[in-house]
Design a protein around this ligand. Structure first.
Ligand code: BDR
Ligand code: CA
Length: 318
């Protein structure tokens, strides 16, 4: 049976590429997108999800609104650095038409729970923003931890420094409490963090191939990604391209052999100076059952080849 996939996105340029990767992957069926906050406000992210799935020729993908801010906060504001990297509208300030569709009336959190009940082990959940929605779903229906297939998340940094502080990665730092709840819940999860995503880089050479198709999808994907590559020239000079964070998480969800992993029960520091750090959970060090895997190596060439094949198939669509 084709695996069912849910993306939980703060869309976002690499989140956009994650949508395209999923739509270009026949091994999985994208059954819904849950919106979150982070690179953009929740409302903008959900708007982008609807508009992007339309533009990429998949208006059948339903979009659900998740929670608008971290579990222990009562509001959220986009950080200036997020707007610099992703644009004020999250998609590189590129204009695409609003969708005529609306967000679903069911809440994103309830959709997660219902999807686990319906698809069980055939369901893969891929959060590429803060983990607030998944943490809320686990709080409401704790049994889903044992019923879901797996979670493959983009976030964290185990063997390399963070990108918002020396110890914290952006998605985790938005809601360390939620990520810690997920990590310590016992859910089967693979962490695809900066350890690997900063090894998978894209350049203008590849985006030109999409532009050359001269399709609305090809032009859009090239324009937004070029904005992102340009931002990386300022935020990470010398890296040699933009990090394919979110599409790598989808890639690993589709084909886990793209990465080598370390089995380790993880936690997120929620107190003190290192709040937001992803690290082994001392309390579960001697637990023989390891429920998390942390990606520490990636087959860069194979992933980039898969990435280009899949995005190209979507970009070519007239
Ligand atoms: C992560 O943070 C967000 O800005 C990106 O979309 C990605 O999910 C990288 O740290
Ligand atoms: Ca993201």
């Amino acid at each position: 049976m084709t695996k069912k996939l849910i993306l939980d996105l703060d869309t976002g340029i690499d989140d956009t590429l994650a949508i395209a990767y999923a739509l270009g992957s026949p091994e999985v069926e994208l059954i819904g997108i849950v919106g979150t906050y982070g690179n953009v406000l929740l409302k903008q992210g959900v708007r982008n999800d609807l508009a992007i799935t339309d533009l990429l020729g998949h208006p059948e993908v339903k979009v659900y609104a998740g929670l608008p801010h971290a579990l222990k906060k009562d509001s959220f504001e986009v950080l200036p650095v997020s707007a610099f990297i992703h644009g004020d509208n999250g998609i590189g300030n590129v204009s695409i038409p609003d969708s005529s569709r609306s967000v679903e009336s069911e809440s994103g959190v309830d959709f997660i729970i219902d999807a686990v009940k319906t698809y069980g082990k055939d369901l893969i959940y891929v959060p590429t923003g803060p983990q607030t929605n998944l943490a809320a779903a686990i709080k409401k229906a704790p049994e889903i931890v044992n019923e879901i297939g797996k979670v493959v998340l983009m976030g964290g940094a185990l063997t390399v420094p963070g990108n918002v502080s020396p110890w914290s990665e952006a998605n985790i730092s938005q809601d360390p409490d939620a990520a810690n709840d997920v990590f310590r819940s016992g859910i089967t999860a693979t962490m695809v963090g900066l350890d690997v995503t900063l090894q998978t880089l894209l350049t203008y050479k590849e985006t030109q191939q999409w532009r050359d198709f001269d399709t609305p999808a090809g032009r859009f994907l090239a324009d937004v990604t070029d904005f992102y590559i340009k931002a990386y020239e300022t935020t990470a000079p010398g890296l040699g391209g933009c990090g394919l964070h979110d599409p790598l998480a989808v890639g690993v969800a589709v084909d886990p052999t793209l990465v080598t992993t370390l089995p380790i029960n993880m936690q997120v520091d929620v107190e003190g100076a290192t709040r937001g750090r992803t690290i082994g959970d001392g309390d579960r060090l001697n637990d023989p059952q390891k429920t998390m895997q942390v990606a520490v190596g990636v087959d860069v060439q194979r992933f980039l080849s898969e990435f280009m094949t899949r995005i190209t198939s979507v970009a070519q669509n007239k």
